[in-house]
Design a protein. Structure first.
Length: 87
């Protein structure tokens, strides 16, 4: 059996969380259905810090955003970053 591993950037995670029928939501759903989404503690921290900003209050409540963040943390596969790539 092949392991399908996916990395989703912060802006895609935010769009996926804000807009139910968006392409990012469909992509994240497909990734979770067919494999595992990978995350590092630093990428999760970035997602958290950005997503709790008050500018998102007009879309969904802070409480709902916190629930989304904790659910992501629960289902993502956290890995250690062993190498940095700069391009």
């Amino acid at each position: 059996m092949r392991n399908n591993l996916f990395v989703i950037d912060t802006s895609t995670l935010i769009s996926s969380s804000l807009f139910r029928n968006s392409i990012p939501r469909k992509a994240e759903r497909k990734a979770n259905e067919t494999g595992k989404v990978l995350a590092s503690s630093s990428t999760y921290d970035e997602f958290f810090k950005v997503f709790i900003r008050p500018k998102f209050d007009e879309y969904i409540s802070r409480q709902t955003r916190l629930e989304i963040l904790f659910e992501f943390k629960r289902i993502a596969l956290f890995i250690e970053i062993s190498e940095r790539i700069t391009a």
